[in-house]
Write a protein that binds this ligand. Structure first.
Ligand SMILES: Cc1cc2nc3c(=O)[nH]c(=O)nc-3n(C[C@H](O)[C@H](O)[C@H](O)COP(=O)(O)O)c2cc1C
Length: 356
């Protein structure tokens, strides 16, 4: 019976526990997508997690959908991340980079030459996005040509290679939460008539080509993937979600990935019991877990490890707090995405709290 504190292996690396830090966008980078020095402290403080998954990181200039998000496509970006991976490793941690492209969720404000964002089809998302000039409505994106779809696949592979160059133990492809990959998987944003649209097989092609390209570039043992089946975040609809993910997971079974991370905001359904039995590899379950629920899912074999978001954000020493059932710090939503160290590197560990 697995517990949160059992070690286990993903690919070639040994994780010291099954408490995983979720990818969390924190918007502390500069306008060139370079991380500040204090990002090194933020991740290092959390190095006691079994695996840290970084915030979503842009694979190319066209991928950028949020203010102050980091990238992994320039030498300076790679250099700033190398300081993070060196320090996490020196402190006994393991770290994967989550790589993404936001597709239609971007605004011209973030893109080179204030271009329109790109998407499978010219379908605008309902809602607004944050800019330094205030909230702005999403825009009608430009449909990618078939040629551009293929070159975007290569952007993910290049980003993965750059992440390895920056010292990461692997990458997590972000196929969740309504960004470009899930826009292709969806039935409401993907209205394409080429081989990337229509049938489940065609809508899954972009994702599976990325998985193929990234695993070829850096190895399947260093490649993870996050999916959010049935999740409607960022105005996504998957009218055939169950069939779609059954097909996708069937295909993923052939890749021998480091892990599959399922973390979905679907109020109507708990997907873990549906998907876990379909997948033959390492399975991470996330969203809404506390210690008690994590322990019971692990004990039932419902996952191999559990991913914690807001709890890890607010508790740099989360594994130690779980181990001794210590009180947990509360998270402060007002500093989730604000520049600077406040609400980022200043959540106290138990040891620090004891000194005050
Ligand atoms: C501040 C914040 C930033 C997030 N950024 C990302 C991200 O970059 N990539 C991602 O896949 N999910 C992101 N998420 C979702 C988290 O990974 C996680 O699924 C979510 O917090 C729910 O898990 P929890 O209940 O353990 O907090 C973010 C969530 C929060 C609160």
């Amino acid at each position: 019976m697995a517990t949160l504190f059992d070690t286990f292996k993903i690919g070639e690396i040994e994780l010291k526990n099954r408490i995983i830090m979720a990818p969390l966008t924190r918007s502390r980078a500069n306008d060139e997508g370079v991380q500040p020095e204090f990002t090194v402290d933020y991740y290092t403080q959390r190095a006691s997690g079994g695996l840290l998954i970084t915030e979503a990181t842009n694979v190319s200039p066209m991928a950028k959908g949020y203010v102050r998000t980091p990238g992994i496509y320039t030498a300076d970006q790679i250099e700033s991340w190398r300081k993070v991976t060196d320090s996490v490793h020196a402190n006994g941690g393991k770290i994967f980079m989550q790589i993404f492209h936001t597709g239609r969720i971007a605004l011209p404000d973030f893109l080179p030459g204030r271009q329109l964002p790109v998407a499978p089809s010219a379908v605008k998302a309902a809602g607004e996005n944050y800019t330094d000039e205030g909230m702005k409505e999403f825009v009608v994106p430009r449909e990618l040509t078939t040629e551009e779809v293929r070159s975007t696949v290569q952007d993910y592979a290049k980003a993965a290679k750059n992440a390895i160059e920056a010292g990461f133990d692997g990458v997590e492809i972000h196929g969740a939460n309504g960004y470009l990959i899930q826009q292709f998987l969806s039935t409401n944003v993907n209205l394409r008539t080429d081989e990337y649209g229509g049938s489940i097989e065609n809508r899954s092609r972009f994702l599976l080509e990325i998985v193929e390209a990234v695993t070829s570039a850096i190895g399947s043992e260093r490649t993870g993937l996050r999916l959010s089946p049935g999740g409607e975040f960022n105005d996504i609809k998957e009218s055939d979600a169950e069939e779609l993910y059954e097909y996708v997971i069937g295909k993923l079974n052939d890749f021998g990935l480091a892990y599959l991370h399922i973390g979905t905001f679907d109020q109507n359904r708990d997907w873990h019991p549906v998907l876990r039995p379909l997948y033959n590899g390492t399975y991470f379950a996330g969203v809404g877990f506390d210690k008690a629920r994590a322990e019971s899912v692990l004990a039932e074999g419902g996952a191999d490890a559990i991913v914690f978001g807001k709890l890890f954000l607010a508790n740099p020493d989360l594994p130690e707090r779980f181990r001794i059932d210590a009180e947990l710090n509360e998270w402060d939503e007002s500093t989730f995405y604000t520049p600077g160290e406040k609400g980022y590197t200043d959540y106290p560990t138990l040891a620090k709290a004891a000194q005050v």
